[in-house]
Design a protein around this ligand. Structure first.
Ligand SMILES: Nc1ncnc2c1ncn2[C@@H]1O[C@H](COP(=O)(O)OP(=O)(O)OP(=O)(O)O)[C@@H](O)[C@H]1O
Length: 240
């Protein structure tokens, strides 16, 4: 497979550590995230994927993180959680409120919110209560809310984990669309097929360490799988 040249770095971790009391959740992780990459984090339950996403986003205190400026301004990032946290408000207000929280001027909010809702196919439901949406629609709303922020990078924590196959496909398509728009993506997933479909690079975590970090074709090389992840890959196949 042809390798894309690396673009400028957005985020760097150098020997990053995260501790929750006696739990050492991230141990000595060093990685650089470049603009335009789509990085999948894979590994068993408790390996540290969510914590690594939260560290990259700056949501947990940890050492060794550096966010780089983009075109001379601070990096803009957004995170999507496994189960979206939605307020008891309309679909539209859920988006405008997050724009308000990020300091977007009032005059810009309605248009940006509607554009984002159109992008995810929810414009017709703008006035409906967000809590009345189906699981797949809620995840699409969460994507719209993140996309409205015009982020450089999006962190997705198992974005399709609780969805049925058709909602899963819709959300996967939207993630692919966001990436095609130039948004850098880091996502955790237990679905290796999804990592293969959506990502350019895969990092395998075990007990808080990154044991393999490779371009997607090398990670899933059927002849020479990365030794550190071979047992995991064998256990998780066949892909869903
Ligand atoms: N807020 C917290 N307080 C204490 N321990 C935590 C906290 N968050 C995570 N941990 C611990 O850190 C380790 C890594 O958890 P994390 O949720 O990052 O794993 P994961 O790979 O995302 O797991 P899963 O696939 O089950 O979502 C686990 O041992 C977990 O119990």
């Amino acid at each position: 497979m042809r390798r894309e040249p690396l673009t400028e770095p957005l985020l760097t971790l150098v020997d990053a550590q995260v501790r929750f009391g006696s739990v050492h959740a991230i141990r000595g992780v060093t990685l650089t995230l470049h603009r335009g990459e789509r990085l999948a984090l894979v590994g068993a339950n408790g390996a540290g994927k969510t914590t690594l996403l939260r560290l990259l986003h700056g949501l947990v205190p940890g050492s060794g993180r550096q966010a780089h400026p983009v075109d001379g301004r601070p990096l803009v990032a957004a995170m999507l959680f496994q189960r979206p946290f939605l307020l008891h408000l309309s679909v539209f207000r859920n988006v405008t409120l997050s724009l308000w929280l990020r300091g977007v001027p009032a005059a810009e909010r309605p248009e940006r919110a509607m554009q984002a809702l159109q992008r995810v196919g929810l414009a017709d439901l703008a006035q409906r209560s967000a809590r009345a949406l189906s699981g797949g629609q809620q995840q699409r709303l969460a994507l719209a809310r993140a996309w409205a922020l015009q982020p450089d990078v999006m962190f997705l924590d198992e974005p399709t984990a609780s969805l049925d196959p058709s909602a899963k496909r819709e959300v996967e398509q939207l993630v692919a669309d966001l990436a095609a728009d130039g948004v850098t993506v880091v996502m955790s997933t237990h679905n290796l097929g999804q990592a293969k479909r959506l990502c350019t690079r895969v990092a395998y975590l075990e007990q808080g360490r990154v044991l393999a970090d490779l371009p997607v074709d090398l990670f899933f090389d059927p002849v020479n799988p990365p030794a550190a992840a071979a047992a995991f890959l064998k256990g998780e196949l066949p892909w869903q």
